[in-house]
Design a protein around this ligand. Structure first.
Ligand SMILES: NC(=O)c1ccc[n+]([C@@H]2O[C@H](COP(=O)([O-])OP(=O)(O)OC[C@H]3O[C@@H](n4cnc5c(N)ncnc54)[C@H](O)[C@@H]3O)[C@@H](O)[C@H]2O)c1
Length: 377
């Protein structure tokens, strides 16, 4: 099958692209390497598939590009590109959520409605629910507690509409706190691993008793791959939860056990939009796909820990090389410094002009300023 994977350089997108390639599909990947977090992490995510003849990467922004470029000839779309993050969705950055989560989804649906797609899989989120119950099932009324959740739910509703009105074969999958190698740096487990590796205190928002249905990334990918072919999935909204709800503190204790290190903990004020509990009712998931989660939390965390050690080491080494790099002898260092300053000024002006053109008037938070995430986004 020819599959368009949006957000292919991101955490989940890169795993999905790799899995589909392994299964023999042809993957067209689109990503604009959004500055929400480092380009270097996204490039590393793509390394295992970059040279595959079954993979084509288009670096572009879905909100401004001509979609025909990537939709032509596609048989399915897996739509993962989005502006994630609960905390950052309040305030001035909201327009980024509207553009990347809502408008981009509408544009993709509109421009692919006549393409006779076999599937349009949309990455929804447990954040659409809010605090509506102990165990969350798809029939419940959704009351998102964050602007992020509002945009994810609105885009999910659009998918339902295009299914009803245009018979588009949409499937919306509500992911619950996905983790594993490649996890976004703003997410809880990644931050915990980082703190443990650097012997720094771990910041926990609230009392750490928040319950999350942590889901290992391969289990999510398994469901996405199945959604491309299972007929009963068409037109459905389905929870994808890991099946073993755990408190944040319990998960952290497990990580300390795996790493053999414990860290001082700083408890910070609960964040706006951070719900107390997300537990997925898996009845529909298991009924439609027949799948059970394959990766228990301990095993998944151990894999994330292993990946994180290598990742942090390679980032630290790269930084050290850059810091030690000497100017090449014989070069006029003053002229070089001037040329660099001119290049920087030129790039800044070009970025400003591009941001204006792309409707991104407010600069995204720089990776180091990106908000620390609540665990479910
Ligand atoms: N990670 C989770 O726990 C989780 C939970 C629920 C839902 N989701 C959803 O799953 C999807 C993937 O999440 P993730 O954690 O992999 O996030 P991610 O940020 O790692 O990946 C998203 C990718 O989309 C790209 N992107 C964003 N806007 C774009 C645009 N306009 N044009 C082109 N590319 C664009 C980004 O550069 C990024 O690489 C998102 O839709 C997210 O809302 C994730």
């Amino acid at each position: 099958m020819k599959v368009l994977v949006t957000g292919c350089a991101g955490f989940i997108g890169s795993h999905v692209a790799a899995r589909l390639i392994k299964e023999g599909h042809e993957v067209m990947g689109v990503d604009d390497f959004d500055v929400y977090y480092s380009r270097s992490q996204k490039e590393k995510n793509l390394l295992p598939i970059l040279l595959s003849p079954q993979f084509k990467l288009v670096e572009d922004n879905l909100s401004t590009m001509a979609l025909i470029k990537v939709l032509k000839g596609m048989e399915a779309v897996v739509h993962l590109a989005a502006q994630p993050g609960v905390r950052g969705s309040w305030g001035a950055s909201f327009h980024r959520y509207v553009t990347n989560n809502l408008q981009v989804t509408q544009k993709l649906l509109e421009e692919s409605k006549g393409n006779k797609l076999k599937r349009f899989v949309y990455a929804s989120s447990s954040s659409v629910y809010g605090d509506v119950g102990e165990v969350l099932n798809e029939e419940m009324m959704c009351r998102p507690r964050s602007p992020y959740g509002v945009t994810k739910l609105a885009a999910e509703n659009l998918c339902q509409l295009y299914h009803q009105e245009y018979r588009m074969p949409t499937v919306s999958l509500r992911f619950f706190s996905v983790y594993g190698p490649g996890q976004r740096p703003d997410m809880a487990f990644n931050r915990f691993c980082h703190s443990i590796l650097h012997d720094a205190a771990i910041s926990i928002y609230g009392d750490g008793q928040q319950v999350r249905d942590f889901t290992y990334v391969d289990d999510v990918v398994e469901t996405i791959a199945a959604a491309l072919t299972v007929e009963e999935a068409v037109g459905q909204v389905v929870n994808v939860g890991g099946g073993s709800p755990t408190t944040l503190l319990e998960a952290l204790a497990l990580l300390e056990e795996i790493s053999g290190k414990s860290c001082p903990k700083t408890f910070l004020e609960r964040q706006k939009g951070d719900v107390m509990s997300t537990r997925a009712d898996r009845t529909k998931l298991e009924g439609i796909f027949g799948t059970k989660p394959k990766t228990p939390l301990r095993e998944g965390l151990a894999r994330q820990w292993e990946w994180m050690q290598k990742f942090v080491q390679s980032e630290d080494e790269e930084q050290a090389i850059r810091a030690q790099a000497q100017p090449i002898t014989g070069v006029d260092t003053e002229a070089l410094a001037q040329a660099k300053a001119d290049e920087k000024a030129g790039k800044k002006a070009a970025r400003k002009a591009k941001a204006g053109k792309a409707g991104k008037e407010t600069a995204a938070p720089a990776p180091e300023e990106a908000p620390k995430e609540t665990p479910e986004a």
